[in-house]
Structures are given as C-alpha cells and as structure tokens.
Design a protein around this ligand. Structure first.
Ligand code: ZN
Length: 417
C-alpha cells in the first residue's frame, strides 16, 4: 500500500512535502516524493490529501495501571505527602481496577498517536494477561522495591520470573528498581548487574523532588522520615545527590532510563550524558507538582539523550479538569516551559529519543525504509504551515494510527478502508 500526504515528517532533518510512503506488511518500504514512490501492479494507493504522516510517538515513561487515578490525588504540601496519598489509595485498588485502568490508559495512548510505551508494571503477572488486549507496543518494566537487605533476594526472584514471562510478549522487557529511596544500594547494583548480563534496560525514578534531594544530600526531611518508618535504613543518605547515589551504588546499567532528574548537582549531568543512559522528562507531571524548572539546556549541552514520557494520571488533573495520557499534551507543556526549543527537537524527544532509550532506534522512532510501519496521520491545517509546528499544535486524537502496518485507530480524516 502506498500512502500519499501533503507532508511527511520522517525525522528531525527530513520533512518531505508532497510525500509518499509504502507500507509492506509490518514495515516501511520506500519513502520519498510522490513522483518517486509509485504503486506496483495491483498495489493500492491512498491519498490522504491535506495531511501529515509522522512517526508514532514513543512514550518513554508511564504507569498505565494508575490511569483510573486522574484527579484523585493532590500535589499536597510536599512530594512526601503525595507518596503517602498514593500508598494509601493503592491499598484500596483491586486487581480489576488495575486491569481496567491499564487497558483504558493503553486506549488513550493509541488514540493520541502513541505506538510504543515504556510502562512500569507494579502488579506481577498483569502484563502477560493484558498484552494481547491492546495493539499498543507495551515494553514492560517490572517494578522492584526493597527497603531492607532482607528484601533483595525476593525482589531479584521477581525480576527473573517476570522477565522470563514478559519477554515473549514484548519488543523489549526491562526492570525498574522503583527509586533510590525505596531500594537498598545492594538491590540497585544487583539489578543493574543482572540487567547487563541479560542485555535488558533498567528504568528508575531519580531526583524527582526536593524531598528526595534533601534525603540524599542531608539525610533529613519528610521523605527520609517516611522511608525510615517503612524500614529503610538511612545509613547511605546524607552523602551525595540522588543521581550520584545511584551511580555510586552501581545502579546505572548499560542501558538505563533515568526518570525525572529534576534536582541535579553540578556534576550530575556528566553521569546522565553517559552513552546508554537516557533522561525521561514528564512535562505535565512536572508542572502539576510545581517543581523547579527542568534543566533541559544543561542536559542537552552535556549530550544527554532526553526523551518525553507521560508518567501516570496519579499526578495530573484535579478540580474537575479532564485529563488523559496524551503525548501531544506533553510536547505542548514542554513548549510552554521551554519556548526557545525548536518544534522539531521536541517531536524528536517524543519519537526517536524514546526509541534510542529503549535500544529500538533501528526499528522505530522515525519513518525510514525497513523500520516498523508505526505512523500517525493528522490534518495539515494549511498547506503552507510549518509542519513541525502543526504537529505541536495538534490537540489529538489522531486521524489514524498504524502500528506495525496495521490500522489500529481511525477517527476523523482517517485512512480509508
Ligand atoms: Zn513514574
């Protein structure tokens, strides 16, 4: 099948006006100007008219099973307050709640142009039950928590079991020691070592809040007190920044997604720019908590691979507002906080940079011959419009979404049957 459109945003440096793209099974065949990409004998041709075809989004961080918590929590007095709220509310959630939220979240992402997501799986065995129920390419990261040395063995057992179960159903399966404040340094290094041995990525929340910063730099504060009450020994705190702590604990695997990185010390960008390490920024969640500005410029200058994630809806909404998981919203929120960053760079953060973080850069994240045919279609409001700006301005849902060559969503302006 050949798709024609007024514009194809293939990757940051390649925008094709009057373009055409060939879908061959689950992959992209030829791509180029419409005069150069012609249908073969019997091959169908679909002209999408005044539309943009773009690479489907790669959401580098999400918790699908918290989708039902939109507007249920408040940022509170501090991050430690929010942690208390979520621990409390999680106790009331049933397995059915988690499952329906997970599916609901997956639907939201598909509707808004996302094909691939790095998702934190906090309920063991949930992913394998749900994977076949969505076309979304969910890359499951098994959440691991260990407050005490005695918890390390069972956490590693869980990691091994879930990886074995999840791998056959995903492009990439990984592990997620939750955060340095909920894990021992021993568990961090064991997990990173195990991940490297099995060539799988690690995702970890690091330096999200001021409370976490205080816990690791001074050994004090509300989060530190909360964690002590849960049995986490504070002996390793008060010596370094959260990022330094994870690095010193040998918690950075060869491929690591560092989620948040909101509070950084002078040297931290060096650790975060290491090849194989990526920083995942979640603009809307960041704004909801009212954190200090994200240090995009410093990290970008250091050479860090910065990607975008939606985080969960447990840190979104409130006061009657309707929120959904939506990468267009994340890009626009980022744009508001960083108005000087070019639109094409922001789209790259939501596509290719996420693919790099997952080690899938040869498979998805751009529209190129041989890549998976993961692509979205949205209207081009005016033929002379800047294509990158038009993508950023689009509110979602998309007109159509193809994942691995299959049409999985169509709204208005969809690809005809
Ligand atoms: Zn998270």
């Amino acid at each position: 099948m050949i798709l024609r459109a007024r514009a194809i945003w293939a990757r940051k440096e390649r925008i094709i006006r009057d373009g055409a793209l060939q879908v061959c099974g689950d992959k992209i065949g030829q791509i180029g100007h419409r005069d150069d990409v012609l249908p073969g004998v019997g091959e169908s041709l679909v002209d999408l008219g005044e539309s943009i075809i773009f690479p489907a989004f790669v959401n580098a961080h999400c918790h699908l099973d918290f989708t039902g918590l939109a507007g249920e929590l408040s940022p509170g007095e501090s991050f430690a307050d929010w942690v208390k709220q979520i621990v409390e509310i999680k106790r009331s959630l049933t397995l059915e709640d988690h499952e329906s939220a997970w599916l609901n979240g997956a639907e939201m992402l598909v509707r808004t142009g996302c094909a691939t997501v790095a998702n934190i799986e906090s309920v063991p065995e949930l992913f394998v039950r749900m994977a076949a129920q969505t076309p979304l390419q969910v890359c499951p990261f098994t959440e691991l928590i260990g407050f005490h040395e005695n918890d390390e063995e069972s956490a590693l057992d869980l990691a091994k079991r879930e990886l074995t179960n999840n791998k056959p159903f995903s492009l990439v399966a990984g592990l997620s020691p939750h955060a340095p404040y909920t894990t021992t340094p021993g568990l961090l290094s064991e997990v990173a070592g195990f991940a490297d041995e099995h060539d799988v990525p690690v995702a970890i929340h690091v330096a999200e809040s001021e409370d976490e910063w205080r816990m690791f730099t001074s050994g004090e504060g509300a989060l530190s007190e909360n964690m002590k009450a849960l049995g986490r020994h504070p002996g390793d705190c008060g010596q370094s920044t959260p990022v330094e702590h994870v690095s010193r604990s040998r918690g950075l695997a060869k491929r690591t997604l560092v989620i948040h990185a909101n509070y950084l010390g002078a040297e931290d960008s060096i650790f975060l720019a290491k090849p194989g390490t990526s920083v995942v920024h979640c603009p809307r969640s960041h704004a909801w908590f009212g954190y200090e500005p994200f240090e995009y410029e410093r990290l970008a200058k250091a050479g860090a691979n910065i990607c975008l994630g939606t985080d969960s809806l447990a840190s979104a909404g409130g006061a009657g507002s309707v929120v959904e998981l939506n990468m267009f919203d994340e890009m626009r929120t980022f744009r508001r906080q960083h108005p000087k960053v070019p639109a094409a760079d922001i789209i790259e953060m939501a596509t290719m940079n996420g693919a790099i973080a997952l080690g899938l850069q040869n498979v998805l994240g751009q529209l190129e011959g041989g890549s998976l045919a993961n692509l979205g279609v949205i209207p081009l409001p005016n033929p002379l419009a800047d294509v990158s700006e038009a993508i950023l301005d689009h509110p979602g849902p998309v007109g159509s979404l193809l994942i691995a060559g299959k049409r999985v969503f169509s709204g208005r302006n969809s690809i005809a049957n």
